[in-house]
Write a protein that binds this ligand. Structure first.
Ligand code: HEM
Length: 458
């Protein structure tokens, strides 16, 4: 295996991988890289490195090690260099391509569009879209959960984020262009974002077309100011940089796409895993969940709203437990711009620092019986994630933690509150394995389930 000649003697211990790769010890295609990282953690502890080509990749595992990752300043650990692959989709001068000052202001615009005040308007739209969608299901049938949720979530995202013009007039055209953008964000794009592939060419063309679509919509909204809009797009149109300049139409488009990409696959995957786990373990959890649904829906006179969703604690815990077992983002990465130290080891400038929600969530010292599906671990005073900060990291942590966490909870909880009350489900297949062939990791498709409309739905 590689021996690093340039590393200082207090570099984190190196986990040899070349030999394991040559001996095919790990099944990377089917099982992804997580087994290898688990082995590194078991044999070397909460900080270790692997050599990947010419680079040291330093893994930080467990709440204490996560702390230095999440509490570092952007000038020490930077996202920009590892998220370069997003630039062809988000665009020039947007988020990871913008200067640190501009990026910070753009993230604030996004935060404003996803804050609690806007959330009230968003919830109404999510509920409307979801109810309409599930009303179209027949009495009984079979569906692929992941396909179904993907289609529904692009509708809710269109309505809440992109605006009613997209949702009502050109949804199909937009969905097609969005698919072309998604196809241009593969593992290959991560390493070579501008490789001259067909997928990248289509992605670049789709980005230009989307920009033109939004230019028109933004222009119309700026001319026709008497109509009040309460979506994310309008928050961006009304946004001002600190020097009072307005974001350009292309910047607004890029920020919309950034929110869409951050939220679409992650929420779809979470809704799907949540359904698969709920159906698999229904004998243990279903009646408790239905009791909660009955009690809260009674209290709110059958209205699914921000308030009623907030009170569905068990449903919330089910979603959190789903994210603990199957976080869609399995690695979070930063480029080290200034050397930092942890437990006497130096993580050097130029290294890549990585934390892994998937590994972190299965540490048995942090989560009891970590492979067990037990939503109640997140309830009450002794909730397991409350004991130590940065133990549950499906939404990241610190200054760059997820801005859409609240939106995601409301969206996924809405979907499952409706489904639990209106349908009975059965699995049609074995519990699927995670699919590591995509950057955002979900269950291997298809995820077929049988459904039957309830006679006594409420
Ligand atoms: C950041 C997970 C849904 C918007 C993040 C990060 C994680 C994450 C782990 C941190 C990335 C890092 O540290 O490098 C998730 C999961 C979701 C979800 C698991 C759903 C279950 C959403 C939604 C939106 C959103 C619905 C918006 C509508 C963002 C944004 C950031 C982010 C803007 C960047 C924050 C920053 O860099 O300061 N998300 N996310 N996310 N997420 Fe989410």
């Amino acid at each position: 295996y590689y021996i690093s000649y340039t590393k200082p003697s207090n570099a984190p211990p190196c986990f040899p991988i070349l030999l394991s790769i040559l001996c095919r010890k790990y099944d990377f295609i089917n099982k992804g890289p997580l087994e290898l990282i688990q082995d590194g953690y078991k044999s070397l502890g909460d900080i270790f490195r692997i050599r990947l080509f010419h680079r040291s990749v330093v893994f930080l595992i467990g709440p204490q090690a996560h702390k230095i990752f999440f509490e570092a300043k952007d000038t020490q650990l930077s996202q920009r260099e590892v998220y370069i692959f997003t630039i062809p989709v988000f665009g020039k001068n947007i988020v990871y391509d913008a200067s640190p000052k501009i990026m910070q202001q753009q993230l604030k615009f996004m935060n404003k569009g996803l804050n609690l005040i806007n959330m009230k308007a968003h919830v109404g739209k999510i509920v409307m879209e979801a109810e309409e969608w599930f009303n179209k299901w027949p009495q009984t049938g079979q569906i692929d959960l992941i396909k179904e949720f993907s289609e529904l979530i692009i509708l809710t995202a269109s309505r809440c984020l992109l605006g009613k013009e997209i949702r009502e007039n050109i949804h199909q055209e937009f969905a097609h262009l969005y698919q072309q953008l998604s196809d241009g964000m593969s593992h290959l794009s991560f390493f070579f974002p501008n490789a001259p592939t067909n997928a990248h060419k289509k992605r670049n063309l789709a980005r230009i077309k989307i920009s033109k679509i939004f230019e028109k919509i933004i222009k119309q909204r700026r001319i026709n100011q008497e109509i009040q809009y309460d979506d994310f797009l309008q928050v961006l149109i009304d946004a001002r940089y600190l020097d009072d300049s307005i974001p350009t139409d292309d910047e607004i488009t890029g920020l919309l796409l950034a929110a869409l990409f951050a939220g679409q696959h992650t929420s779809n995957i979470t809704s799907t895993w949540m359904g698969l786990l709920l159906i698999k373990y229904k004998s243990k959890w279903m009646s408790k969940l239905l009791d909660e649904q009955k009690q809260i829906m009674n209290k709110y006179h059958g209205e699914l709203s921000l308030e009623s969703l907030f009170e569905m604690n068990l449903l919330h815990a089910v979603m959190k437990e789903t994210l603990r077992l199957y976080p869609p983002l399995v690695f979070l990465m930063r480029k080290v711009l200034e050397s930092i130290s942890y437990n006497g080891y130096i993580i050097s400038k130029g290294d890549i620092a990585v934390v892994s929600p998937s590994i972190a969530h299965r540490i048995s010292d942090v989560f009891k019986n970590p492979d067990e599906f037990n939503p109640e671990r997140f309830l009450g005073e002794n909730a397991e994630d409350q004991i130590e900060k940065f133990s549950f990291i499906a939404f990241g942590g610190g200054r760059h933690s997820c801005l859409g966490e609240r939106f995601a909870y409301l969206q996924v909880k809405t979907i499952w509150s409706i489904l639990l009350r209106k349908f009975d489900f059965e699995l049609c297949q074995e519990h699927p394995e995670p699919d590591y062939s995509t950057l955002v990791v979900g269950p291997k498709a298809p995820c077929m389930v049988k459904f039957k409309r309830k006679i006594d739905s409420f």
